[in-house]
Each structure stands twice: as structure tokens, then as C-alpha cells.
Design a binder for this molecule. Sequence first.
Ligand SMILES: *Cc1c(COP(=O)(O)O)cnc(C)c1O
Length: 710
Amino acid sequence: MPALAVDAAATVAHAFTTCDAAARFPAAPLFAPAAVVAAAAAAADKPDVGAAAWSADLSSALYNVDGWGAPYFFVNDDGDIAVRPHGAATLPGQEIDLAKVVARAAGPSAGGGLGLPLPLLVRFPDVLRHRVESLNAAFDYAVRSTGYGGRYQGVYPVKCNQDRYVVEDIVEFGAPFGFGLEAGSKPELLLTMSCLVARGSPDALLVCNGYKDLEYVSLALIARTMGLNTVIVLEQEEELDIVVEASRRLDIRPVVGMRAKLRTKHAGHFGATSGEKGKFGLNAAQILSVVSKLKALGMLDCLQLLHFHIGSQIPTTALLADGVGEAAQIYCELARMGAAMRVIDVGGGLGIDYDGTHSAQTDMSVAYSLEEYAAAVVAAVGRVCDRKGVQHPVICSESGRALVSHHSVLVFEAFSASAPAANIDSATAYLLDELTDDCRNDYRNLMAAAVRGDFETCALYADQLKRRCAEQFKEGVLGLEHLAAVDGLCEIVARGMGVAERPRTYNINLSVFTSLPDMWAIEQQFPIIPIQRLQERPAIDGILSDLTCDSDGKVDQFIGGRHSLPLHELPSHGTRGYYLGMFLGGAYQEALGGLHNLFGGPSVVRVSQSDGPHCFAVTRAAPGPSCADVLRAMQHEPEVMFEVLKQRITDDGATAAALARAFGAMPYLSFGGSEVSLESSGMSSDSEGSAAGAAEDDDDEWEFMRGLTV
Ligand SMILES: *Cc1c(COP(=O)(O)O)cnc(C)c1O
């Protein structure tokens, strides 16, 4: 082989590896504060800066943790993500290290862990309490500081997260404020009724939204006889007839609200329900018609609440004030016409700053705080009512996203990653020398251009070389080894010329469809970052690819306008233990997620701050749905399937046991000994097709299991 080729390749490869392209990632234009980010990016850009020059603070700035995470999430001195369970009121010893929670939840029981398979949803009820209290405090302050004559009495729309413990917590934490619930369907109404009866304040409102039939309305009326403060909100004019009919049949007088269709329009994705063409609510003519019907029936005193909903993620307080002002005018009109108006319900829309920019530039960000939101609502209602001489109403909001988004973190593992292009060795160089003459010409021209630093010519020849080789491969002239060698060469040359390395693909043990449905369905972005090793420089650009056999099952858009995420090299010894967290996903994601490829939900733990330095308590733990559970959801009968398969088993029982284990395990990848027991699958190798129930979490076993983390 000609020495020239080998030398050139070797020289090029050597020259370019010092230019550690993997250390480079683009600065994020949207990240704030800009100066710190620039510093972080600059440090990351320096090819020769070692891990020692990096710090937890630089990671915090790089991922903008303070922007979207404050006051709950931060990077601690160990380089782990930690949680301040009581927000800014958290004392230094009360912080909870998320990596330690994961170690405790997923670790083997022999080491004191709970042996829960990942993915893992970690709920923090303390954060939920802090959200409920902050929302009420914000409105309380706005009311007191402006001399507003009414009070705030919110409801939680359970649509955002119907998990039993989430709803129970909110009702319990909200009871001192008379905080209530909102339902939008019959099962939601059933759960809100029972939860409010069991632990709600007697003052709490139960707002009934959504499309209604006679059954729904009857249930809402029956709730009134149980002492619940139910308001039936008319979303359609026809619903009035149903309410009148049910009320007559049951002889229960209703309290009625009306959902107004506002002209104020919220232009973002979440504003599709607003404006004149919106899906819900009554327009001016319909409102007048309902009023005159109620009057004719002698029921105008039943009309007590006005509701509207501009849409989720209201971007600015200017838009909010505009909508609330319009609604307050309608409220005053209804009072003028003789309705016994008492409550103005401003709906949902209190937004979350997913990208932490406080910019309102995209649907992912809102430009106000809780306090500013409350102040804008109270001021707008007060102003209109004062002008019209109408008594200040009780202000209700249906803030869902704002209450539950922060309370949970989804933790999942990146278990492998695509490898970077290797350097060219002499064997590869030898392969390049075997190319046909025309290919070798391209190759020489490519190298010459590379040495000259002529990037454009380089790219041209690289492209031509690749195309020519592909053609010759199809003709059978070249082998797979030649193709691979040429691809590798072109990649190294591109890297050397300063072309940003293509992001590597990190495979994650998760289903985007099940756990991050909005990411797939509406391209919503949530902050995703490694939860450990943040004192090390994340030197690799990665995108995330999930377990489903679906090309949409990936994450390649990240907050801050990034198309890749700075990540660390996976542990070289084996591939375990690199965990990522998805944050601010406590609203909507759980109930929206499906069973694509039959991947079910994650394991769940509830973690509370507990006394003692750096102590936390795992107060509840449950593995996610097993293979048997997800099969059942599709009408398969795991017990019968097991019996059918058992017919073909020839050995003494080891195979049956393995089969039963497969039914009992979660659908996700399991690396090294899942600890979910056979019993939890509802079948064991000797069960004779017993129709035992789904995996029942044995709560007591986990109750108050303390995790000392020092
Ligand atoms: C979805 C919804 C809410 C909750 O909205 P958020 O933006 O999550 O606060 C409130 N009210 C109604 C009528 C809704 O449809």
C-alpha cells in the first residue's frame, strides 16, 4: 500500500483528535441569566479544560435550573439535583437529594433499597402543600393589599392529575382556605364528591364543568343534599333544560353557574378554546336567553356564578386582565339583571415557566409570577365592579397546572449511547487504499482540501466520495467494510473541520408515549437534565431515544431552543446508573399517557421531608403496572395465557416459573434481577389459572420507611 495514504490519514486523524470536538456545544440563546450562561458555554467551549474546571454552579447555569426550578429544584454541592420541599422556606438540613431518593427506591433490598424497577415517578407532597399555600397566599395578599371586598376561594381541576393521593393532599392542604375541586366528567365528579366529603372544608366549592347529561346533573344535585357546595356550570344553553328537569325530579334546588364565551383571545396553542369561535361557553345572546328562562321559572336566584376559561398557559398579565375585565363586565350585567351573583370563576390558565426564561415568547414560558397573576385578577375584577357599583364577588380560580406541575419528577435511565466516530487505524487506512481509482481520487482531493483547511471543497469531495461508494456497494464492487471505513473517514474529517459533531443517541428506558405524551402530541417541552454528576462537565451532545418501536419515540427538542442536550459519557464499567430527570410534568402527563407498545406507567414513590438532617421518608411505594396488567388492559387474560403456554412446557417447573416472572415484571428493560415477586403478578408457577387481581401495592409494608441520607 502506498505510504502516502496511510500517512495522510494518520496525520489527519491525529491532528483532529486534539481538537476535541466532543467538548463543544452551542450556547443556548434563550437561557438566562445570559452572562452566567455565556460563562458556562465559554468554559465548555475550551477544548482543554478538564473536569476539574467544571462545577455544579456551571451545570446549574447551563441547564438554567434556577430559571425553571426555583424555589424547588437546585444543584447541590455533590453535583446532584436536590429538592427544597418547602420552597424558599426550606431550611438547609431539609433539602432532599434526588439521586439518594433514587438509590433508596431502586436499590436492592439487600442494601436497604426498595427494589423498585425504573422508570420511577417521585412525588413530593410537601411541594404540593407549598404550591397550595403559595397560591392562596398570593390571592390573600392581593385582596388585602388592595382593599378588595371579597375573598379568594379556588378549586383544583382534577383533570390535571386525578391520582388519588394528589387529590387527597390538595383537599387536605387546601381545607384551611376553603379550597375545593372542579370536575369535568362523571367519574371526576364521583371522586371529587367523595374526597370533599371525607376531608374537605364545608365551605369548599365543587364546580361541575364539562358536557352534562341527566345522570351527571342528578349526581351534582344529590351532592348538595350531602352538604357539598356544588355549582352546576352551564357550558351549553341546552344544559339548562336538563338542570331544570333533574331539579324537578329530585326536588333539589340547584346552584347554577354559566360559562361565558369571551371575545378576548389567547393566541397560543393552549388558547384554542378562547375567543368567539371557542368550543365552550355561552355567547351574549345565549346568556340573555338563559337569564330570561330562569326568570320565567322563578329561578334567577339560582344563578350565582360566572365562569370563563381563556385557555391554559395564559402568556401575560395584560391578556389576563383583558379577559378578566371582560368577564367582570358580564358578571355585573348578570347582577344588574337580578341574578344572585356571588362568585366569579376565572378558570385555569395560571402558567408554568417550563423553559425558565420568564419571557412569554413561546407557549413554554409565561411572563409573570403567582403573585402578579393574583394581583392582576383581583385588580381587574375590583375595578369593573367598583365602576358598576356591584359588590365584590368571591374570586375562584381553577388553577391546575400551576398547582401540580412541580410536585413530581420522572426519573429514568439512559442505558446505552451510540459511539462516536473512532479514529482511523492502519487497518482502516488499508481498506481505503482498496477503493476504486475514482474513489481514491476523491479521497486524495478530500485530504488535500482538509490539509489546506478548505472546508467547502472538503464537504464537496466527502459527499461525492460517499455517493460513489454507495453506488459501487450496490453494484457489489465494495464490501461493507469499505463503506464503514469511508463513513468513518468522512466523519473524522468533518469533525476536524469544525463541523459540530452530530448528537449522539442516548437510549432511555422509557416510553415517551406513556410518560411524556404532550412532548409527542403537542411538542411541549419539559426540562430534562441528568440528576447526578453535575460537578462534571457534560461534554457530549445527545438526543434521547425511547424503547418503543416508533420513530416518534424520541426527544430531540429541549428547552432553550436546543436540538440536543449536554450529557455525560455513560459509566464505562457496564452501562448502569446514569439517571435523567424530567421536571415540571406533574400536570396532564399521567392520565394522557397511553399504552403504546404496551409500556405501562412508572413505579411511584411518595417522599416527604422528615425531621433530622437530610432525612426523607418514603411514605408510599408501588411498582408500575406489570406485563400482566398492561395485557389485561387490552382484554387479554394473562392467567389464561399462562395456562395455554404451560401446556407446552416439558421441564420440571423452572420454565413455568420463568414464564410467571415474565408476566409479573414491568414491561421496561430490567438490568440485573428485578425484585418484583411472583405473587405480585397475581399468578405463580403452580396457580391453576386463578384470576388473582392486579399487582396490589402493599402500602403498609412501605409506610413510613425512613431514608436516612447522610
Ligand atoms: C383544563 C382546564 C382548567 C385547568 O387549566 P390550567 O391551565 O391547567 O390551570 C381549568 N378550567 C377548565 C374549564 C379547564 O378546561
